[in-house]
Design a protein around this ligand. Structure first.
Ligand SMILES: Nc1ncnc2c1ncn2[C@@H]1O[C@H](COP(=O)(O)OP(=O)(O)OP(=O)(O)O)[C@@H](O)[C@H]1O
Length: 306
C-alpha cells in the first residue's frame, strides 16, 4: 500500500476577508508526482506555504511526514525541498557559495554541492561565477539545486520550468523521474498544462480556493465524459464511404478527412465500423481530451474526485 507523505484534511486559509483556501482535503503518497493546477489566485502558493509550515491553516489539519509542518521540527524540514515561484539569491555569491549557504540553513552537509549543481546542468565554471552573471534559466536551476539539498523526501515546486528552454525542461523532467523512482513525493504547481500531461501521476485542480478535481488523467477523462475525436483519411483511389450505422455525426474537414466527436463508450463500436475495409484507410487518428480540455471542463463544474 502507498505510504502518505502529506495529508490535508478540510484545510482552510483566510487572509483577512480573503478565503484563499476552502475545505481542501487531499493526500500525496510516496513516489507520486502530482500536478497542482489552477488560475492565478486559485490558492496554489497558499497550499504550498501551508505544507511548508510557513503559514498556519485557519481550519482543518495538515500532516507532513507524520508531523505538523508549522511545529518547526528540523528533522521534517531537512526532508523537504522547496522551489519558490520567484527565486531570488544574493547576487554577489557564486553558485557554489549559494548552495553552501542554503546547506547551512538546512543543516545538511554542503559536500555534494558541485555534484548537485552539475545534476541541474550548472558545471564547474558556472558554480564559481557570481549569481549576478547568471541568466534567468541558470538562476532557476540554482533554485532547483537548492531544493534538492539533503535528498528531500518531499519536493514542492512552484512554477519550476518557467525560464527554462525546451532542452532544459526535458532535463528537469528526467531529473524528476529519477527522484520519483527513488520514492520522492513531488508536487508541481504549474500553468504549463501540456508539459504536465504525461509527467504527472495525478492532477489536482483548484479553483477559487476549492479543490475541484483530483485524479489521474484517465480518472478525470472518465468523470468528465468529454468526447473523443476520430479522424479518417481515405487511401488514394479508395471509395469514400459514409459511416451511417455508427453513433457519430461525421463532417468533412478542409483537408478532406472525415471527422467525428463521439462519447468514450461508443469508441470501439465506431472504430470497428471505420476499419471494416482497412485497405481503404490511409490514416486514422483518435484524439482523447487533453489536460487543457479537462481543465476547462472542471473549472466549469463542481467538486469532483476519483
Ligand atoms: N499574504 C496575503 N495577504 C492577503 N491575501 C493574500 C495573501 N497571499 C495570497 N493572498 C490571496 O489569496 C488568494 C490565493 O493566492 P495564491 O498566491 O495562493 O494563488 P496562486 O494560485 O498561487 O496564484 P498564482 O498562480 O498567481 O501564483 C489570492 O486571492 C491572493 O490575492
Amino acid at each position: 500500500m502507498k505510504k502518505p507523505t502529506v495529508v490535508l484534511s478540510g484545510v482552510a486559509k483566510r487572509y483577512g476577508k480573503v478565503e484563499a483556501v476552502k475545505n481542501v482535503s487531499f493526500t500525496l503518497n510516496e513516489g507520486e508526482t502530482v500536478a497542482l493546477v489552477g488560475h492565478n489566485g486559485a490558492g496554489k502558493t497558499t497550499l504550498i506555504k501551508l505544507m511548508l509550515g510557513l503559514i498556519r491553516p485557519s481550519g482543518g489539519s495538515i500532516n507532513v511526514m507524520g508531523e505538523d509542518p508549522a511545529a518547526g521540527d528540523v528533522a521534517v524540514r531537512k526532508k523537504l525541498g522547496y522551489l519558490p515561484e520567484s527565486v531570488a539569491f544574493h547576487a554577489a555569491l557564486t553558485g557554489r557559495e549559494t548552495i553552501a549557504f542554503y546547506a547551512r540553513l538546512k543543516h545538511v552537509g554542503p559536500s555534494n554541492s558541485l555534484e548537485l549543481l552539475e545534476r541541474v546542468g550548472l558545471g564547474a565554471d558556472a558554480a564559481d561565477r557570481p549569481v549576478r552573471t547568471y541568466s534567468k534559466g541558470m538562476r532557476q536551476r540554482l533554485g532547483l539545486a537548492q531544493a534538492l539539498l539533503g535528498e528531500p523526501r518531499l519536493l514542492l515546486l512552484d512554477e519550476p520550468t518557467s525560464g527554462l528552454d525546451p532542452a532544459l525542461r526535458r532535463r528537469f523532467y528526467d531529473l524528476l523521474s529519477e527522484l520519483r523512482s527513488k520514492g520522492t513525493t513531488i508536487l508541481l504547481s504549474s500553468h504549463a498544462l501540456t508539459e504536465l500531461e504525461d509527467r504527472a501521476d495525478r492532477l489536482l485542480i483548484v479553483n477559487k480556493g476549492v479543490a475541484v478535481a483530483d485524479g489521474t488523467m484517465d480518472d478525470l477523462r472518465g468523470l468528465a465524459r468529454l468526447p473523443i475525436r476520430v479522424s479518417v483519411k481515405f487511401a488514394a483511389g479508395a471509395t469514400v464511404r459514409s459511416f451511417t450505422n455508427g453513433p457519430a455525426a461525421w463532417r468533412v474537414t478542409e483537408d478532406g478527412r472525415l471527422e467525428a466527436d463521439v462519447a468514450m463508450v461508443d469508441k470501439i463500436a465506431l472504430l470497428k465500423e471505420v476499419t471494416t475495409c482497412p485497405d481503404d484507410i490511409a490514416d486514422l487518428q483518435v484524439t482523447e481530451p487533453t489536460l487543457d480540455d479537462l481543465y476547462a471542463h472542471f473549472l466549469g463544474a463542481g467538486k469532483i474526485t476519483s
